[in-house]
Write a protein that binds this ligand. Structure first.
Ligand code: PEP
Ligand code: MN
Length: 338
């Protein structure tokens, strides 16, 4: 249930509603917006008559939420969520945020070369995996902690933030030392133990859609994180598995406006894993920004032919430059900046 307090409701009135909800068995989450406070009540076992709360002082309206997710629902924060990544970078506001870099951290020289080229294009968030979820156990698995150390050093030199994948809850303390945004990959979208633990930290989470997950399942995974108290969740559409085999996955572009209606959380798109081919990345990135994505997660490499993972989908430097140039024009057309 969502309780929207009146503009100017007093702290006393808000506390009275919180107490009432808790007495009814609800776990109460509070969202203090610029104008209004919204309270989300989750978890009560019994049927609840919303009029009990509706009639309390300072309450504007009460919505029984029919969607299975509550905190991720648009009702909880009608104005939308802006996730602050630090160093002045925010996702979910007017700016479309490009997160770019290699699939995997491969070494100091590689990271330095790619950091230089993406940073020159105005990128503030660099991507790169140190722990890689590979389909085959014989493929390159990532450099682990060594990779994180290299990544942090390079990112700091260019004043960039880091987004990198976490595969398991035991990695949380280590990742928190090095990483600004914790990425939960498609394969782990329903790793509920991991999601629960990520609810206990405050670091922003980039939650990717599973290859066979519905939008509702994605939002329920976000709800796992949020119900633990971490509201800094960014969703990512990265393509789903369909009957079509021309591309690695199928980018569900319509998920972007659908999610924006259902949820207040920012949504970005990953055209690299969606298509799996560099020649399709630029058109899909354009489509995503045109559709209203809050950001793009894209793979780029200074020498894609020698990449240790996902080389065929990594953009060449000049392609990345073109991508940035074109996305700036599209962002402006949809009243955003880049
Ligand atoms: C990645 O971003 O490198 C990755 C493995 O993505 P996904 O989880 O979407 O496959
Ligand atoms: Mn990859």
């Amino acid at each position: 249930m969502i309780v929207v307090m009146q503009e100017g409701a007093t702290e006393e009135q808000i506390q009275a509603v919180i107490r009432n909800l808790m007495d009814q068995g609800f776990d109460v989450h509070r969202s203090t917006g610029a104008v209004q406070t919204v309270l989300g009540g989750v978890g009560a076992k019994t049927e609840f008559d919303t009029r009990v709360v509706e009639l309390m002082e300072g309450v504007q309206e009460v919505h029984p939420v029919v969607a299975p997710y509550k905190l991720a629902s648009r009702h909880f924060r009608p104005e939308g969520t802006v996730v602050d990544l630090g160093r002045g970078v925010r996702v979910g506001g007017k700016q479309v945020v490009v997160m770019a870099g290699p699939c995997s951290v491969e070494g100091m020289e590689q990271m330095e070369a790619i950091a230089e080229l993406v940073s020159k294009q105005g990128v503030r968030v660099m991507r790169g995996g140190a722990f890689k979820p590979r389909t085959s156990p014989y493929s390159f698995q990532g450099l682990g902690q060594k990779g994180l150390e290299i990544f942090r050093q390079v990112a700091d030199r260019y004043n960039m933030l880091i987004v990198s994948e976490i595969m398991d809850q035991t990695q949380i303390p280590l990742m928190l030392e090095y990483v600004d945004v914790l990425q939960v990959g498609a394969r782990n979208m329903q790793n509920y133990n991991l999601l629960r633990e990520l609810g206990k930290v405050s670091r922003p989470i980039l939650l990717k859609r599973g290859i066979a997950a519905t939008i509702e399942e994605l939002l329920l995974s976000a709800e796992y994180i949020m119900s633990g108290g971490n509201y800094n969740v960014i969703l990512c559409e990265r393509g789903i598995r369909t009957f079509e085999s021309a591309t690695r996955n199928t980018l569900d572009v319509s998920a972007i406006p659908v999610i924006q209606k259902l949820s207040h959380l920012p949504i970005i798109a990953d055209p690299s894993h969606a298509t799996g081919r560099r020649d399709k990345v630029l058109p899909m990135a354009r489509a995503a920004v045109a559709a209203g994505a809050d950001g793009i997660l894209v793979e780029v490499h200074h020498d894609p032919d020698r990449a240790l993972s996902d080389g065929p989908q990594a953009l060449f430097p000049e392609q990345f430059e073109r991508l940035m140039k074109q996305l700036r024009v599209i962002a402006e057309a949809v009243e955003r900046t880049l």
